[in-house]
Ligand binder design. Structure first.
Ligand code: ZN
Length: 503
């Protein structure tokens, strides 16, 4: 993950590496807490024994503590906060515990093979900004030391967890995946705002770099129902995004972009890797990753390696690639990736246009999200809403209800076709499975929209009763919460998408 443009010159701290060079376990994740003591200006010359940490915009006098266990981290943080840990600090302690988990150990082994360095440790620098926060605020430090990976170092600000929330262990896996990857993303590939998210069309290598990191997180944290990829599917089914000018995104349904563009979307890369891993197993995926990983790897290179290593997988890989690119990846791109042999030729010849074109329902979904945005914009106004706003809200609500009805009709049409086995005859079992999974995500979507409508009704009712503003609406894949404004607190900036998927 990168936040904006940055050039890091890494300065490694070798003092303890010498002490630890006898370690039996070569290649570990190690943790340090960097406590920022005081902001200093750019001309400040440190005296012997002093240490300086460079943020994105400022320099700080700092002190570094090496911690070999979560207990040590807990002890330090407790000492600094006067006994009690807040939620963010507790999560950081958990993350350090997680850093010794099997998956991170496995990733380190993979990185060792990939980079050919036996004793390569990854240092996670956890930034504690509690002493300097008063002046500039937590959000400032969240950006100043934004989670990122560079060479053998991962940066992680505690202020990120206090400001954004989420599970830092997921971000650790994400950043660790970058640290063991030889790939380099194209410069400027995240667009004018230097930011990226699962549904943004970027560039092929960048999409693979981030997709690889996101896949590892899906693998490490499968969620309650054993498959965390549903969130990605919902986001992507609602459309992919193109950044037209700095920070301004336009959403497109799959039929409005090319298959190649879809393949340059990180969420799509993550889903392809996730499906390959679920179908053929993590070990096979790792082997193909190692075989194809270079400074210039794309998902196409990875898949080429995979089918070369495992020729029997060709049909299933073809289906995964075709499905995740919404059936619109060009024949020439597919043959470039999977080869131009007779088998692929036959698959292509028999390739159907996307069954029952999901596009119709996707199109409705995209316009549903436009109505939701209108509604949200009005509801997020800091003042009690005016009569004309109430009118617009009411109208947008009616429109949304109508589109929802269309969407339900569309989805039930698909379900009906599925139940009619005759109609399904010409489709393979995998097509059948695809439609079933669509049915699951569609019913989730319907539930989500209904919940949203309920929250609008509640809002109108409350507003009618008390003429009270509601300042913040959180919408993620499972919940929609409206909250009353609290004191002077402003809503956390950024989209829920970023919050969901780390960086
Ligand atoms: Zn990343």
């Amino acid at each position: 993950m990168k936040f904006g443009n940055h050039i890091f010159k890494l300065i490694f701290i070798f003092s303890y590496c010498l002490l630890c060079s006898q370690s039996l376990f070569a290649g570990e994740v190690k943790f340090e807490i960097v406590r920022l003591l005081k902001k200093v200006d750019s001309k400040y010359l440190k005296t012997p024994g002093e240490e300086i940490s460079q943020g994105r915009s400022e320099r700080y006098l700092s002190e570094t503590f090496q911690c070999s266990s979560k207990d040590e981290v807990e002890k330090l943080l407790k000492e600094w906060s006067g006994g009690e840990l807040d939620n963010a600090q507790k999560k950081i302690v958990e993350m350090v515990g997680y850093g010794k988990d099997k998956l991170t150990t496995d990733l380190m082994t993979l990185g060792k093979k990939n980079k050919g360095k036996d004793d390569r440790d990854i240092i996670v620098k956890i930034y504690d900004s509690s002493l300097v926060e008063n002046e500039l605020g937590k959000k400032f430090f969240m950006k100043e030391f934004w989670p990122s990976s560079s060479g053998d170092t991962i940066k992680f600000p505690i202020a990120y967890v206090s400001s954004v929330g989420g599970n830092p262990s997921k971000i650790l896996v994400h950043e660790l995946s970058h640290a063991i990857d030889n790939n380099r993303r194209e410069s400027g590939s995240y667009g004018p705002d230097g930011d990226h998210s699962p549904s943004e069309i970027t560039m092929p290598r960048s999409a693979f770099v981030e997709g690889w990191a996101e896949y590892n997180t899906l693998y490490a944290f499968p969620g309650k129902d054993g498959d965390a990829s549903k969130g990605f599917e919902t986001v992507l089914n609602a459309g992919v995004r193109i950044e037209s000018s700095k920070g301004k995104y336009d959403k497109y349904s799959a039929e409005k972009v090319t298959g190649e563009e879809i393949l340059s979307t990180e969420g799509v890369n993550a889903l392809i890797l996730h499906k390959i891993s679920a179908e053929f197993g993590r070990k096979k995926l790792e082997k193909a990753f190692l075989d194809s990983n270079s400074k210039k790897t794309t998902i196409g290179d990875f898949l080429s390696s995979f089918v070369k290593l495992y020729p029997d997988s060709l049909k299933k890989v073809f289906n995964i690639l075709n499905k995740e690119t919404f059936g619109i990846l060009s024949d020439s791109k597919i043959t470039e990736i999977l080869g131009d042999g007779k088998t692929v030729e036959t698959f292509l010849k028999n390739r159907k246009q996307p069954a029952f074109s999901r596009n119709a329902s996707e199109k409705i979904l995209v316009s549903i999200s436009e109505d939701r945005n209108t509604i949200k914009t009005i509801m997020e106004k800091p003042q009690p809403i005016s009569d004309s706003d109430k009118d617009t809200l009411q109208k947008a609500k009616e429109q949304l209800a109508k589109k929802m009805a269309d969407y339900e009709t569309c989805v039930s049409g698909i379900i009906e076709l599925m139940q009619n086995k005759e109609a399904l005859k010409e489709y393979s079992p995998s097509r059948d499975a695809e439609l079933r999974s669509y049915e699951v995500s569609a019913s989730g979507n319907i539930k989500k929209q209904k919940k949203f409508m309920d929250s609008v009704d509640n809002f109108l009712l409350e507003n009618e009763k008390n003429n009270l503003p509601i300042s913040k609406i959180d919408v993620d894949d499972s919940n929609i919460n409206t909250t009353q404004p609290e004191g002077q607190e402003q809503p956390v900036e950024g989209t829920s998408e970023k919050g969901l998927f780390g960086n």
